[in-house]
Unconditional design. Structure first.
Length: 207
């Protein structure tokens, strides 16, 4: 694809580096910005830069936040005795969109994957155990993607959590094996959380 300007070429390449964006789509975006008032383009760019510089991770659950403690962990109306373990903050967004969960979260920021060289030490597991040691948690929900890596992580975490008098549950198998929570519709995800199973039944493959 030839461009009449190196500036346009650089802008197209920048947009095309984003996931799911090809060169043609990137070019349409660049043309859109060329036809937009400079002040609005500056606002757009400033919002991205500000987000990247100032975004924080919650000290408690590792969710994305504007402050040191995210709005969910800081909310006294949430049930802090129920902790939902998720892979990343996108899963929190998916679960929150169902409006059926009133507990709190813990973000692992990944899954155990020996093939990819991701061990437990690379995940937010130590901070999870610190939360369990405080003695306020009554139930832990494993809301991890139903994949081999997800099941491996659930098995590993169950050994840690099993040392404490805490109920361990998993989301029901309304979600197909190999699926990702991010792409599950709200109703199915809400039902999977509401109909969560004791971990022992999950191990036996019962639903």
């Amino acid at each position: 694809m030839e461009f009449p300007s190196l500036l346009i070429q650089d802008a197209v390449n920048a947009f095309a580096s984003l996931p799911g964006i090809g060169k043609k789509t990137a070019l349409r975006m660049v043309i859109h910005f060329l036809q937009t008032e400079p002040s609005k383009v500056e606002q757009f760019a400033e919002a991205i830069v500000k987000m990247r510089k100032e975004i924080k991770h919650c000290k408690v659950c590792h969710n994305i936040a504007d402050t040191d403690v995210c709005s969910i962990c800081a909310n006294p109306r949430r049930d802090h005795g129920i902790v939902c373990i998720v892979e990343n903050f996108r899963d929190i967004i998916s679960i929150e969109n169902t409006r059926h969960f009133q507990g709190v979260y813990h973000v692992l920021e990944g899954l155990i994957s020996p093939i990819d060289g991701v061990g437990p030490e690379k995940l937010n597991i130590a901070s999870l155990e610190d939360r369990l040691l405080q003695g306020n948690v009554q139930e832990v929900i494993m809301a991890l993607n139903p994949t081999i890596d997800g099941d491996t992580t659930i098995f590993y975490l169950s050994k840690i959590i099993g040392k404490y008098p805490i109920k361990i549950t998993t989301i029901a198998r309304g979600i197909a094996f190999g699926g990702e929570l991010e792409f599950v519709d709200d109703i199915t995800l809400a039902r999977s959380i509401a109909a969560r199973l004791p971990y022992e039944k999950y191990l036996n493959g019962n639903s």
